[in-house]
Write a protein of this length. Structure first.
Length: 163
């Protein structure tokens, strides 16, 4: 674990690496309410997904889901499997029980397609930026999921018209 000085509104910074370098976790606090933002990197499957919750409990306390919203930043994640999806759903259920939110930000590539395929954006709001997610939480209203596409509008493949 390492600590770094404050950086652009983040009050603390904690990191760890998981199972043979397969995945990494970095926790920071951002926004006016100091919302925990968990930035993940690498691959998350059955072997290391349980470490995500252990990391959260170790750094936020065993009952973090009762008192805090949570943002998962997936910008650096390359692979997720059903165990990751299961963890996200279980976190959502526990957070919602206490009127708290879980938001996902910046999924890309295979991860974006996977979460779209399983319908996760119907359960968890997915935002294109951390700033948009933090603004939605700061509004204080229930978070309404923004529109989500498996492929972002600017990245859609172009098909030449046949004539």
């Amino acid at each position: 674990m390492s600590a770094r000085p404050k950086d652009r509104g983040q009050t603390s910074y904690r990191t760890t690496s998981l199972g043979g370098g397969c995945g990494g976790l970095q926790l920071s606090f951002a926004g006016a309410g100091e919302v925990p933002v968990l930035s993940l990197s690498g691959e998350f499957d059955l072997d290391n997904v349980p470490e995500i919750e252990r990391f959260l409990r170790r750094h936020l306390g065993p009952f973090f889901f009762k008192t805090r919203d949570l943002v998962l930043d997936l910008a650096q994640v390359e692979l997720v499997d059903s165990s990751f999806v299961g963890l996200v759903v279980s976190l959502v259920v526990r957070l919602h029980r206490h009127r708290r939110e879980l938001l996902i930000t910046r999924p890309v590539g295979y991860v974006r397609r996977t979460i779209a395929l399983v319908g996760l954006p119907n359960v968890v709001p997915v935002f294109e930026s951390q700033e948009a997610a933090l603004e939605a939480l700061a509004a204080g209203d229930p978070v309404i999921p923004p529109p989500f596409a498996a492929v972002p509008a600017g990245d859609a493949p172009r098909v030449a018209a046949l004539s």
